[in-house]
Design a protein around this ligand. Structure first.
Ligand code: SF4
Length: 531
């Protein structure tokens, strides 16, 4: 439960007195007296109703009536006390328990039963539900100490309010989703754009400060809604201008134009030729692997040359890159291999009559093996569809077997290099430097965050490794996300940390309502990563 902060009127009066003395230039006033009193809650507005309280956890400063919650539903007025609605989430790892995973202890209301040492070794306080601090000169809501493997550590825990944040979405598909740089819309509003196509995947950039703050109020709100849903692993519907309709959800198969995507391609057309050339040798005389980027032709490809396969006389459409590798054999689309091809023979221009021969066996296949047809050249050198021999079918099936399941992957990207740092240290640049020097492990809800090189603290984290419902919002609009900084106690002191706010984990949890969840074993234990 959020503790009522020491108030208000008395501290405010003291602060004014201090300022007055300093302004009078009284040389006898000590430096300590000149230091302004740091208020953790501002003075309530004069005209606010007596039964309301002001939430100061974000710049919106909601005035909340008794029994009601603020605009973001994260804070409520509970009997006159500003209360974080969802208690802070702590995660417990299972230590080497004989006979399998250790049972999760229900920590709630069990303060009297805790063994502080065990709690310190096994429990990590996440930023989920930790609460935000505004303005950020106030220390973070939780600054907890623990000893892990003989090392004294400190973890600074908060919920950051991020205006500068976005999501990178990786969609495993060959299908053409839309032109690069096309707008992506959600509920009619522009929320991002199509970026590059990578190996077997299409990337989108969604959210970001431009859409949150640079457009209409509705665009900002819809963008915020979308971002929160993406981060919280919910399914979202997207529409790409001039392209496809999508449904994406972290860790789930993407849907393209109403159909689920099953397979991520085994490789480009050229790679597929390289992988399976030897298995086709002797079974067919020519193989064309249809791919929007690089269509492969076995007998011309270096793989076919190494196998000493004779030329087939095939003439392909498109632009020849290098032997056996063709670009632009068709338009992009949702047909074979990410092209708009539904009739594979449409990408064959013809056959060299001096080289091709009746009876030549031709396999045409897509990069996932989803589409495949077998042909035999007749006396007029026209490919005639024929039943696929079992041995050829086996290799086609193996293409499918080698495809990984198509997934949507959602990465949260956020800038933590702003005022949030003041909740960690009085000298923020030292936090930035300590992170760059790898002295600080940065996590989001316990999930390890990659910190981009260069200036600032730009973090990137896979939302699937974060606890469910990690993300919130405030109507500024901005996204609320958990972030934790774990380091050695000595390093925390060296960077000018708020040492007077450091509390042992067990003590911190004894004084706060919280909920417990098991540690995600895919994530490294933060303190164990320290150098
Ligand atoms: S939007 Fe939420 S965090 Fe911001 S002032 Fe209102 S209740 Fe508090």
């Amino acid at each position: 439960m959020t503790e009522p902060r020491p108030n208000d009127a008395a501290e405010l009066a003291a602060g004014h007195a201090g300022e007055g003395d300093a302004a009078n230039g009284d040389a006898s006033v000590s430096d300590a007296a000149r230091t302004p009193v740091v208020l953790e809650r501002s003075r309530p507005p004069e005209h606010m109703a007596a039964d309301k309280i002001e939430c100061n956890a974000c710049p919106v400063l909601c005035q909340i009536s008794a029994g009601r919650s603020g605009a973001c539903d994260r804070y409520a007025n509970v009997e006159g006390v500003l209360t974080r609605v969802d208690p802070v989430l702590v995660m417990r790892r299972a230590l080497e328990a004989p006979g399998g995973e250790a049972a999760l202890v229900d920590f709630a209301n069990r303060a009297d039963a805790w063994d502080g040492e065990i709690v310190a070794r096994e429990v990590f306080v996440t930023g989920v539900g930790a609460g935000t601090t505004y303005p950020d000169y106030k220390p973070a809501p939780f600054i907890v100490s623990s000893e892990v493997a003989g090392v004294d550590t400190v973890t600074v825990v908060t919920e950051g309010i991020f205006s500068y944040c976005s999501f990178r979405v990786k969609i495993d598909t060959d299908r053409w989703l839309g032109p690069e740089r096309a707008l992506v819309r959600h509920r009619g509003e522009a929320v991002g754009h199509v970026t590059t196509q990578e190996y077997g995947s299409q990337f989108l950039s969604l959210g970001g400060v431009h859409h949150l703050t640079g457009g209409s109020k509705r665009e900002g709100r819809i963008t915020c809604d979308l971002m929160m849903a993406l981060g919280n692993k919910q399914a979202v519907e997207l529409e790409i201008e001039g392209g496809s309709q999508l449904r994406v959800q972290a860790g789930q198969a993407p849907w393209v134009n109403g159909a689920p995507e099953r397979r991520m391609r085994v490789g480009c057309g050229s790679a597929t030729i390289g992988i399976f050339a030897q298995q086709w040798f002797g079974q067919v005389d020519e193989v064309v692997v249809v791919d929007d980027h690089i269509t492969g032709v076995l007998t011309e490809h270096q793989a076919g040359k190494c196998l000493d396969m004779p030329a087939s006389g095939i003439r392909m459409r498109g632009r020849k890159s290098t032997p056996g590798r063709y670009f632009q054999v068709a338009n992009p689309g949702v047909g074979w291999g990410g092209t708009d091809v539904t009739d594979p023979l449409s990408i064959i221009e013809g056959w060299d009559a001096k080289v091709a021969r009746p009876g030549l066996r031709l396999l045409m296949v897509s990069t996932t093996g989803d589409d495949a047809e077998y042909f035999v050249l007749d006396d007029a050198l026209v490919p005639v569809k024929a039943p696929m021999p079992a041995t050829v079918r086996t290799v086609v099936d193996r293409i499918g077997e080698n495809c990984e399941p198509s997934l949507s992957t959602i990465l949260f990207v956020a800038g933590a290099g702003g005022s949030l740092r003041a909740g960690v240290t009085e000298n923020p640049v030292r936090l930035t430097r300590s992170i760059k020097d790898l002295l600080v492990h940065v996590s989001c809800g316990g999930a390890p965050a990659y910190v981009w090189p260069g200036g600032g603290i730009t973090v990137m984290v896979d939302v699937e490794r974060m606890p469910d419902a990690s993300f919130g919002w405030v109507p500024t609009p901005a996204i609320v996300a958990p972030i934790e900084f774990t380091m050695r106690s000595a390093d925390y002191a060296a960077l000018g940390g708020h040492l007077d706010r450091v509390v042992p984990v067990a003590k911190a949890l004894a004084g706060a309502q919280h909920r417990a969840a098991p540690w995600n074993p895919l994530n490294p234990w933060p303190a164990s990563t320290l150098r």
